[in-house]
Design a protein around this ligand. Structure first.
Ligand code: AMP
Length: 250
């Protein structure tokens, strides 16, 4: 079985994101970038399927600028067998990403595509669903457990108030939730070995996909600053302030 894992290069989750002063987007100057955490979970799950003998090949794919090679190399060091960069300077939106992924799925014919449930930069939570729809594949989103048996995949989904398990025919699209697994770290020997693994670069034009944006971002601004707190000396004082200053109780 071939598994395709789309990974997105995003600002590292530890970084406190700042908006550019002209409010056109986040300020990326000297900011540490990383694999989107949900995509790391997707890579880990694919590698575990390979280690279990269920998958034979894991392909990591990223869509974006040449800089995405860094995250693809990390995926190779973690255990992916080969990588594909669909190189573009356009900031591709989820629909564009889904269309490009569909074109690659048609070339590669993976039986399973594991994406993150969302990218932590745009919080869209759309790409997996759109890809499944474009391919007419079944989808299991927000997976916290997967099990592959006899041409089917059982996906346990994190839904509001509990878990739901669905059985899907392969090929299928799965998106990962936080509890699916704990991703490993890349070891130094594997980082060295990753440099020799196959790495292809494609363009949207080669895939015959128009990935131009349809959404215009009008403004990116930080949340309003919270006023500094104060320490009150008694419960009576707290109640008085909640009543007369904050006016949240009467
Ligand atoms: P989103 O729909 O933007 O929240 O992203 C959900 C998932 O789609 C991510 O976790 C990735 O697996 C995949 N994805 C989104 N954008 C890209 C991209 N530019 N390159 C590769 N995969 C992506």
């Amino acid at each position: 079985m071939k598994v395709l894992v789309p990974i997105k290069r995003v600002i590292d989750f530890n970084v406190k994101v700042r908006a550019k002063s002209d409010e056109t987007g986040p300020d990326l100057t000297n900011v540490k970038m990383a694999i989107n955490p949900f995509c790391e979970i997707a890579v880990e799950e694919a590698i575990r399927l390979k280690e279990a003998g269920t998958a034979q090949e894991v392909i990591a794919i990223s869509i974006g600028t040449n800089a995405c090679k860094e995250q693809l190399r990390t995926a190779l060091a973690l255990g992916a067998d080969r990588a594909i960069l669909v190189e573009t300077e356009i900031e591709v939106e989820p629909l564009g990403v889904a269309k490009l992924l569909k074109a690659v799925v048609e070339r590669e014919q993976p039986e399973l595509i594991i994406l993150g449930k969302q990218a932590i930069d745009d919080d869209s939570n759309q790409t997996g669903q759109m890809l499944a729809s474009l391919l007419s594949y079944p989808q299991g989103t927000f997976a916290s457990k997967i099990k592959i048996e006899k041409g089917k995949i059982n996906v346990t989904r994190e839904v509001d108030g509990g878990l739901q398990t669905v059985s899907l025919d392969l090929p299928a699209v799965v998106t990962t939730d936080l509890r699916l697994n704990e991703p490993r770290y890349a070891s130094l020997p594997n980082i060295m070995k990753a440099k020799k693994k196959p790495f292809d670069t494609l363009t949207p034009e080669e895939l015959n996909v128009d990935a131009s944006p349809r959404i215009e971002i009008l403004k990116v601004s930080p949340p309003p600053e919270r006023p500094t707190g104060i320490i009150v000396n008694s419960v009576d004082e707290l109640i008085e302030k909640l009543k007369n200053e904050a006016k949240v109780i009467s």
